[in-house]
Design a protein around this ligand. Structure first.
Ligand code: SF4
Length: 325
């Protein structure tokens, strides 16, 4: 599975999102949540980048900041070579059409008072695309493409199963012909058998339409299946970034090793070194100094407690932030 072209659809550099922590009557800022703390990555045409990490590592915030659904604190986000940070609402319009999102909870993200057809047509309406009849035809075609019957356009979200609701979410994301889709745990709420069907649909759509995906998930098996490259996040930073094969056969960061050792292996012939992580992810309000991972890392040395390791290239296309690599 190699990306069709190298030209990045999305290029993110040193992206940060720090949320102020306010206290007291005057709501004074007393600190910050360092949710995303300087991440960089790119996604090519027809490529999937998997963004993985435990809950609270900042991956969801990163996905939303890339789309400017929340405003980044600083950094650069280029879409097709154009910087979108700082663009006004009207200047953002064409880029909003190019970048869509699929959410984890297909029920919560669909308006229960709108029919499925209205939900999928909404982006077309907002962007003033076509007349009513053309829109209806387009929506019917999208329904058919994602495996729903056009006759179901008049049904309401509660009349669909979880998998079907996620198909509605995918049809809505496809409506404006995007180049990039951010999937925020898009299959995590579904049964395993349904997960496979939705993943297959996403892969078919990618091949057909040269779509690029930023696929956010805590589930390594799913990420391995769909991603060309993987970025591993810990406490707001990327700690390892490489092609999928290198991550799964030659992980270099102790945190990646720990994630892999905790993931189930489908082939009993493959044995992975067991590595149990102690404790929880520290608070992003007060991340540990030096290497953020030193409080849980079995290999930590004195230097790790004071000096933050930069993300360095240790082999072509393989970056790691660890003093020992
Ligand atoms: Fe562990 Fe030190 Fe490497 Fe951080 S820099 S991952 S604490 S060995």
């Amino acid at each position: 599975m190699s990306p069709a072209a190298n030209m990045p659809v999305l290029e993110v550099k040193d992206l940060k999102k720090h949320f102020p922590v306010r206290k007291g009557l005057l709501r004074r800022t007393v600190g910050h949540v360092y949710a995303v703390d300087g991440i960089s990555f790119s996604i090519g045409v027809g490529e999937t980048l998997g963004l993985v990490g435990e809950s609270g590592c900042g991956k969801t915030t990163a996905g939303r900041a890339v789309l400017r659904l929340i405003e980044p604190t600083s950094g650069s986000v280029q879409v097709g070579g154009t910087e979108i940070i700082g663009l006004s609402k009207s200047e953002m319009r064409p880029y909003r059409a190019q970048m869509q999102i699929i959410f984890q909870d297909p029920f919560g993200s669909l308006n229960p008072r709108m029919t499925a057809g209205e939900i999928v047509a909404e982006p077309l309406l907002v962007h003033g695309t076509g007349r009513r009849k053309e829109r209806d035809e387009q929506v019917a075609a999208l329904f058919a493409r994602v495996g729903l019957r056009p006759a179901q356009m008049s049904n309401y979200p509660h009349q669909f199963s979880g998998g079907q609701r996620q198909r509605i979410g995918i049809a809505r994301a496809l409506a404006l012909g995007p180049k990039l889709i951010v999937g925020d745990e898009p299959v995590s709420a579904l049964d395993v058998s349904i997960q496979a069907q939705v993943i297959n649909l996403l892969q078919d759509l990618q091949r057909e339409r040269q779509l690029s995906y930023l696929f956010i998930s805590h589930n390594l098996a799913v990420v391995e299946h769909i991603s060309h490259r993987i970025a591993v996040m810990y406490l707001g930073r990327i700690v390892e970034y490489a092609d999928t094969r290198s991550i799964f056969t030659n992980a270099q960061h102790p945190y990646t090793e720990a994630l892999l050792s905790a993931a189930p292996v489908p082939d009993p012939a493959i044995r992975r070194k067991k590595m149990v992580l102690q404790g929880d992810v520290p608070s992003p309000v007060r991340p540990p100094p030096g290497c953020h991972f030193h409080t849980r890392c079995p290999y930590a040395v004195d230097r790790c407690r004071v000096e933050s390791p930069p993300l360095r290239e240790i082999a072509p296309g393989h970056q790691v932030s660890c003093h020992l690599r």
